[in-house]
Design a protein around this ligand. Structure first.
Ligand code: AMP
Ligand code: MG
Length: 527
């Protein structure tokens, strides 16, 4: 394996002077040196060749013994020293103090074709930040993280990547639903890749400790390494940096909303300073369209991180970041202005995104209401979001012969999206008929042909997403040693916007068996 290791984070930022791997509060340091734990019988289940190419690795490299040993933590690169990062975070709205990489270990930062990538093992053993936990990860959560990272990348959602997924041969004890039924599960390790794993929480921890010196070191480092186009760090550049973090965060949230992704744990320690989706835990995809939905059972009561609240929470998280940076930025009014602008701009951008989903080129009178009423209708009866938008692109402007004879039947173009077609009666049916009539009337004002509109809608409305029950099917099979679904989903989800004629079975509503099944609709943070 020929990797160009540069290790900027660990070479340029202060290390923990204590080199023992004991759990503790780590002061005045950005990270602690730590070695991964050896595993009993590591086995590579899958590798992402597309991620590998980003760092200059070939299929042959991925198949090598050296790769297996290093990317399960049994060996380390001879010219790189692994480390765990120190960060804090607001969890579910409350300051939680020091968190840190409790089970993530950075192997190295490598450079390829002018781009830096941090390579990080998740589940490779305890670190000083493991608190009372074991530093390990189980197969089910690792499969979910591995596939989802790559699926998000292919959906065009800013995301960290995943390079490899391996089982360790070790058994890991987990109480999956936190109900006193702990059981042993297969241990696993995922290697994640990102230009940086720095989170909002890396800044917050220093601010909380009033450690201005380290805060500034980290901020200047982040700007120089990851926002170099902003220029040399200065008061103005700090503000420009915060503005760009906000912009990138907004783009990420808009992408989540567009594809119906619910992160599930939007704590500030799970928010990347690069605006990338990170930490795939109890996430899920909307199947029945519902602004109130969250897959995370830990958040069942307050639904803080529900689909319809993700934009608000992203702003809340940016406020926390601003509260940390204000120690170095003397202009709190300017920070506030950026936050207020976020609040003002988000709905405008969201509306633009909705127009694209509907295939409308520019906003005309009545479009705002059309979007509002669509949201209302999608809630009236259980409706699959992905299928609805994908099929909506098939609506024809004119009532041609192949199209439905009766305009009142236009909604049937989306019929497979409705869980209970019989629910479309009375008022609900009337509302849908009315909406389709207005949409079709609106389409008459479009300059594009039906075909052109459909092509553009299909670029923003995916055909295939990583449905929650699909994850569970892949997990159940892999748990029995059958990795065919894992392989199939990695291939399928590499082309989420393409028609894949022999894969129609994954363009289907959630089956009934998955409705209340743990892992499909209910997920805990246990992983
Ligand atoms: P999460 O909710 O997965 O983002 O994790 C929150 C914090 O708990 C992070 O600091 C993680 O590193 C840590 N953590 C989660 N699971 C474990 C584990 N099994 N062992 C050690 N630390 C963990
Ligand atoms: Mg996390």
């Amino acid at each position: 394996m020929d990797l160009h290791i540069n290790n900027r984070f660990s070479q340029l930022l202060p290390a923990d002077v204590n080199e023992a791997n004991t759990r503790r509060q780590v002061q005045e340091a950005c990270f602690s040196w730590v070695r991964p734990q050896k595993t009993a019988a590591p086995k590579m289940l899958h590798t992402s060749i597309s991620a590998a190419k980003c760092i200059g690795l070939s299929q042959e490299d991925l198949n090598s013994q050296e790769f297996l040993q290093i990317f399960t933590g049994n060996e380390v690169f001879t010219n790189s020293r692994p480390y765990a990062m120190c960060y804090g975070g607001h969890q579910f709205g409350h300051w939680a103090g020091q968190l840190g990489d409790g089970r993530a270990i950075n192997l190295a930062e490598v450079e390829h074709q002018g781009q830096s990538w941090a390579l990080q093992l998740k589940g490779a053993g305890p670190t000083p930040y493991s608190r009372s936990a074991d530093g390990l990860a189980v197969l089910r959560s690792s499969i979910r993280e591995y596939i989802c990272s790559e699926a998000m990348h292919y959906l065009g959602v800013p995301s960290t990547r995943a390079l490899s997924l391996a089982t360790t041969g070790d058994e890991v004890l987990r109480d999956m639903m936190y109900d006193g039924n702990a059981a042993y599960e297969k241990g696993a390790v995922v290697c994640r890749m990102s230009p940086s794993f720095i989170r909002f929480g890396n800044f917050e921890i220093f601010a909380a400790r009033q450690d201005k010196e380290r805060l500034q070191q980290l901020l200047d480092f982040t700007i120089k390494q990851h926002y170099p186009h902003l220029g040399a760090p200065s008061q103005e550049v700090y503000l420009a940096f915060f503005q760009e973090v906000a912009d990138r965060t907004m783009e990420m949230i808009l992408a989540w909303q567009r594809v119906g992704f619910v992160h599930g744990v939007m704590n500030t320690d799970n928010f990347s300073i690069l605006g990338l989706s990170i930490d795939y835990g109890p996430y899920g995809w909307l199947e029945g369209y519902d602004n109130n939905w969250t897959p995370n059972t830990t958040d069942r009561r307050n639904r803080r991180y529900r689909f319809g609240n993700q934009a608000n929470i992203s702003l809340w998280n940016l406020v926390q970041l601003a509260n940390a940076l204000v120690l170095l930025i003397n202009d709190d009014k300017a920070l506030e202005a950026i936050l207020l602008n976020y609040q003002k701009t988000y709905p405008e951008k969201e509306f633009q995104m909705m127009l694209e989903k509907l295939g409308l080129q520019t906003a005309l009178d009545g479009d705002t209401q059309l979007v509002i009423d669509l949201d209302k209708n999608l809630h009236r009866t259980e409706t699959d979001m992905t299928i609805f938008y994908r099929l909506l692109a098939n609506l024809k402007r004119e009532n041609s012969q192949e199209a439905f004879n009766d305009q009142e039947d236009d909604w049937k173009v989306c019929a497979p999206a409705f869980y209970n077609i019989n629910a479309l009666q009375g008022n609900i049916l009337k509302e849908w008929q009315d909406w389709f009539l207005r949409y079709k009337t609106r389409l008459q004002k479009e300059t594009r042909t039906d075909k052109e509109r459909k092509a553009s809608m299909n670029l923003v409305n995916p055909k295939y997403v990583f449905r929650n029950y699909m994850a569970q099917l892949a997990i159940d099979a892999a748990d029995k040693g059958d990795n065919r679904l894992l392989e199939e989903f990695m291939q399928l989800l590499a082309h989420p916007y393409s028609e894949q004629s022999n894969k129609e079975e994954w363009f289907a509503k959630r089956p009934e068996w998955a409705r209340h099944k743990a892992g499909c609709s209910m997920l805990s943070c246990s992983s």
